[in-house]
Write a protein that binds this ligand. Structure first.
Ligand code: UD1
Ligand code: CA
Length: 457
């Protein structure tokens, strides 16, 4: 019978080198906390128990993840070392279980690597190791002449000869709960850092006549830890490159995968193209043949087939139909819905508005809290005056209406179907369907009028 799996995520450390007020594992990688990435990986293994050891920052961590009911929080008020951290979680784990130890600051390990580690650990204590060209700072793996694992020596405790060893401990390990309980009870703080090292379990197991084995990580990136801002940025880029690679296998054309960021989830249809420096947040879905120009930001957006979003456009919580033309320099704000073949051009802001099929707002306009029918043409500089200082009101514009440039539509107001509003109008009463409505001062010419002149002293 397979023993049940319990994951223990160590996340009690402060992360001093981040120079941050937040606990390190709350720093964001691709828009989500580091710890969330590790939790998601652990959840992929469907463990019977998910234990997170927290300490520095007090309740900040449990509060940040309050929505996730499957986490068992284990407090380690004083950070006395990785061995001490695991010891805090073990009482909540039944005998016979397999324990997988993960670090809250090692976010990129693929679930398959962990599956291999767990499978091996069903017979004996197993470490995840990796060979590094520059192993400084890591615990080194000590083996005997036959290659059998004997111990881990921490960098600070290692001799010059041991520091030359390139095989290092990633920190991730797995073993039986029963055996681990015995080992952590035997740990001492007799080392350079005065800590209970989890890594000393290896020597204790060997001394007890139990073999310890290792599983090799596929690459360094899979086991990179985040200790400072530079490492966080490096891990971010690796993560983004990996996402870009997956999306390109799905047929996405990225003009430069090095300048592409997804902080959430991006789904793409066939033959989409994304230019440089675009950021996708939340959940973004692009249908077939969507093209996005450089420097665009899209958050929680759906975009229909064949739509073009030109450079420097910002779209948030909106739904864009097929064959639309957005931007350059357009801003589409939450609650907006553009039907097929609609257009929103440069310096156009749309908020909480429904724009009917084929309607055009091509230049310099604010359309907020409005409903536009089909085939409406909004002239340059049109403003829906939706706010009276206390409340928001709606503007309704019927099919095929034409709003002349530089008009103010004072909501609540209704423009009928096929109505024309003369340029420069300030409309505060209904504009009837099919008629021309003009609301502006009449043009007059004062013949013989003289400009004022400067008076001489
Ligand atoms: C640890 C390993 C080292 C390995 C390296 C890989 C030990 C003794 N050393 O060293 O062999 O090469 O990771 O990155 O295990 N933590 C707690 N409570 C504590 C101490 C640490 O929860 O009391 C957490 C930290 O928040 C962190 C993780 O454990 O997530 C690792 O601790 P850290 O102090 O960074 O270990 P290293 O010295 O890097
Ligand atoms: Ca570390």
């Amino acid at each position: 019978m397979k023993s049940e799996l319990h994951c223990v995520i160590l996340a009690a450390g402060q992360g001093t080198r981040m120079k941050s007020r937040r606990p390190k594992v709350l720093q964001l990688l691709a828009g989500r906390p580091l710890l969330q990435h590790v939790l998601t990986t652990a959840q992929a293994l469907q463990p019977a128990g998910l234990h997170v050891v927290y300490g520095h920052g007090g309740a900040t961590l449990p509060e940040a993840f309050a929505a996730q009911a499957d986490i068992q929080w284990v407090e380690q008020p004083q950070q006395l070392g990785t061995g001490h951290a695991v010891a805090q979680a073990l009482p909540g784990i039944p005998d016979g279980a397999t324990v997988l130890v993960l670090y809250g600051d090692v976010p990129l390990t693929p679930p398959d690597t962990l599956r291999a580690l767990v499978a091996a650990a069903r017979s004996q204590l197993t470490l995840l190791t990796v060979e590094l060209d520059r192993p400084d700072g890591y615990g080194r793996i000590l083996r005997d002449d036959t290659g059998q694992l004997r111990a881990i020596i921490e960098h600070k405790d290692a001799s010059a000869a041991q520091r030359k060893i390139r095989e290092v401990n990633t920190g991730l390990m797995a073993g039986s709960a029963t055996a681990l309980r015995g080992y952590v009870d035997g740990l001492s703080r007799d080392n350079a850092q005065g800590e209970y090292y989890l890594t000393d379990c290896v020597a204790l197991a060997v001394a007890a006549g139990q073999a310890v084995q290792s599983v090799a990580a596929a690459c360094e990136a899979d086991v990179l830890g985040v200790n400072d801002r530079a490492q966080l940025a490096a891990v971010e880029r690796i993560y983004q490159r990996r996402q870009a690679a997956v999306l390109m296998t799905q047929g996405l054309q990225l003009l430069d995968p090095e300048r592409f960021d997804v902080r959430g989830e991006l789904r793409v249809g066939a033959d989409c193209q994304i230019d440089v420096n675009c950021v996708f947040e939340g959940r973004v879905e692009l249908a077939d043949d969507v093209r996005i120009g450089p420097n665009c930001q899209l958050r929680d957006v759906r975009v229909g087939a064949g739509t073009r979003i030109a450079a420097n456009s910002v779209l948030e919580q909106c739904d864009i139909g097929a064959a639309c033309a957005i931007g350059p320099f357009a801003r589409i704000r939450p609650g907006s819905l553009l039907a097929d073949a609609a257009r929103a051009g440069n310096f156009v802001e749309i908020k909480n508005a429904r724009i009917g099929p084929g309607s055009k707002i091509n230049h310099l306009s604010y359309i907020g809290d409005a409903t536009l029918g089909a085939g409406v043409n909004i002239g340059a500089g049109t403003i829906t005056c939706n706010y009276d200082g206390a409340n928001k009101h709606r503007t309704e514009i019927g099919d095929d209406a034409f709003i002349g440039s530089n008009s103010s539509l004072i909501a609540p107001v209704v423009i009928g179907s096929g109505a024309t509003v003369g340029a420069g109008s300030t409309i505060s009463k209904p504009a009837p369907a099919g008629e021309l409505t003009v609301a502006r001062g009449k043009q007059v010419t004062l013949r013989g009028w003289q400009r004022p002149r400067k008076q001489k002293d």
